[in-house]
Design a binder for this molecule. Structure first.
Ligand code: AHR
Length: 504
């Protein structure tokens, strides 16, 4: 257990001004990820059309639909992850009783009955009001299979695949814009070298084309594992720009792949190491973007951080292949700083996906039979949703250090934006485990008359919501901010997240 000795840091001066680049923070930075892994789809999102005990719409839990609608999730990546490169989409269409039963080789070796397939996923996206992002099978599939999938879901005329879709009960195409060409091609997606994958990508991109004629049809290349900069360099060099909508990047805040540590009973040293991994996202984005800038100075190609989040040991007594973990204030800190980093680099980062939505890794929702809880990460994403599609503001300040032993990290992270109604939102995360941060924020001549805010805080870093105590960690009104002309003064408690709203 951490003992909290509250100290206050000297005044931090933060200056906020319009961004000369006029960058919009794409709402797609706030995307999510649902893999056929553990209890994410089955016993998570999807309880089956015939379930009489858990209220559902077409088999999808109503409580999850409502929670995710409130979060305004802009896109949902599916069906994997590693699962995607074993998934043959034709197994998951047509009458359920005739669908193939396969083994989920990556995640627990369980039987996958394919009762949740293309129609179930795309109809669920419609219920959620979110854009689907489909990861195609490159590792064990064929070019024809992926081209057929695009035709099946997107083509609005007569063709073998669109006719099959109509036969299976869906007349209108879904017009899916976002297509991943494989996943982790350097690992579970085929153990390829970047040179080989670049050629494979070129072949896929030749045939996986825009059959719906929608103007946004984005093919996203399987990207680097964390700091594998050579991967990005080779892809940018060898894949023609007109074939490439985005390049992915995966980075997990894991302290060691061999010894990840528990999700709740961690000490401050482990917390600090997790924060170090979370902060790494900043240099990763800067360095991958610099490589992309060499080949694409106009920034037409997006950096797509389509897997990020904390990764710990699974909860005791759960299937090790199901990656079920609790979610504490530590996860709220990962979310707070990661989303600020992505907002601040939104000229290049235009899409991202937290891993994963329900019951897996840094989930926003956990379920147990008919019960559902929202995690601290959910609350951070809900507080930050105000940045979606808003104009990014330029934030200048020097963060004080969060020191542990001989190491230090920036304690405070900030991002800001102005929405279409003229309101400014400022999100601030203080990761220091013990020190309160006093700050003055100057908005440089923008005249605001009102400020309000919300805060997510809790007495212990290990605090979390549970099925017995579902509302232990919840955002509340933040009343500690004073506005005086251009300046606001406030104090932010240790390990807390604050979002301010300024109105004219
Ligand atoms: O999110 C869990 C797994 O992590 C994904 O399947 C894979 O892409 C990554 O290694």
């Amino acid at each position: 257990m951490l003992l909290i000795h509250l100290k206050v840091n000297a005044q931090i001066i933060i200056s906020i001004e319009p961004d000369p680049g006029q960058t919009t923070i794409s709402r797609h930075i706030y995307g999510h990820f649902a893999e056929h892994l553990g209890r994410c789809i089955y016993d998570g999102f999807y309880v089956g059309e015939n379930n009489k005990t858990i209220p559902n719409t077409k088999g999808v839990r109503n409580d999850i639909i409502a929670a995710l609608k409130k979060l305004q999730i802009p896109n949902l990546r599916w069906p994997g992850g590693c699962f995607a490169d074993t998934y043959h989409w034709k197994d998951g269409i047509g009458p359920k009783e005739k669908r193939a039963k396969i083994v989920n080789v990556w995640w627990g070796g369980v039987t996958e009955d394919n009762s949740f397939g293309t129609h179930e996923f795309l109809n669920m996206c419609e219920l959620l009001g979110t854009e689907p992002y489909i990861s195609g099978n490159v590792g064990s599939g064929t070019v024809q299979e992926l081209a057929d999938w695009v035709q099946y879901v997107n083509f609005n005329g007569t063709s073998p695949m669109s006719d099959l879709r109509v036969k299976n009960g869906r007349r209108e195409p879904w017009s899916v814009k976002y297509w991943g060409i494989g996943n982790e091609a350097w690992g579970c997606g085929g153990n390829m070298r970047p040179e080989y994958y670049s050629d494979i990508y070129r072949k896929y991109a030749t045939f996986v084309t825009n059959t719906s004629n929608s103007k946004d049809f984005l093919r996203i290349a399987s990207g680097a594992n964390s700091s594998d900069y050579n991967w990005t360099e080779v892809l940018m060099k060898y894949i023609p720009k007109n074939m490439l909508g985005g390049v992915a990047l995966h980075h997990y805040s894991v302290i060691s792949w061999e010894k990840k540590g528990p999700s709740v009973e961690f000490d401050e040293e482990t917390y600090f190491r997790t924060m170090k991994e979370a902060w790494k996202m900043d240099s990763l984005v800067i360095k991958h973007s610099a490589i992309m800038d060499k080949y694409d100075p106009q920034k037409n190609i997006a950096l797509v951080v389509d897997e990020w989040g904390g990764w710990y040991d699974v909860e005791k007594g759960t299937n090790p292949g199901f990656l079920f973990q609790q979610n504490t204030m530590r996860d709220a800190m990962i979310a707070g700083i990661t989303l600020n980093i992505l907002n601040n680099h939104s000229d290049r980062v235009r899409m991202a996906n937290l891993a994963q939505t329900v019951n897996v890794l840094q989930a926003v929702i956990l379920t147990e039979k008919e019960k559902m809880i929202l995690t601290p990460t959910y609350h951070v994403m809900e507080m930050y949703k105000v940045h979606q599609d808003a104009k990014r503001m330029k934030v200048n300040f020097k963060s004080p250090d969060y020191t542990f032993g001989s190491e230090k990290l920036p304690a405070v992270s900030v991002s800001a934006s102005t929405d279409s109604t003229g309101k400014m939102h400022i999100s601030i995360t203080n990761i220091d485990a013990k020190i309160e941060q006093a700050m003055t924020i100057n908005v440089n001549g923008s005249r605001y008359s009102k400020v309000a805010g919300r805060i997510l805080k809790s007495p212990r870093l290990q605090d979390h919501n549970s099925f017995n105590d579902p509302e232990k960690v919840q955002p509340v009104a933040f009343t500690g901010v004073r506005l005086n002309g251009d300046n606001m003064t406030l104090k932010i408690p240790p390990f807390s997240v604050v979002v301010l709203e300024l109105e004219k």
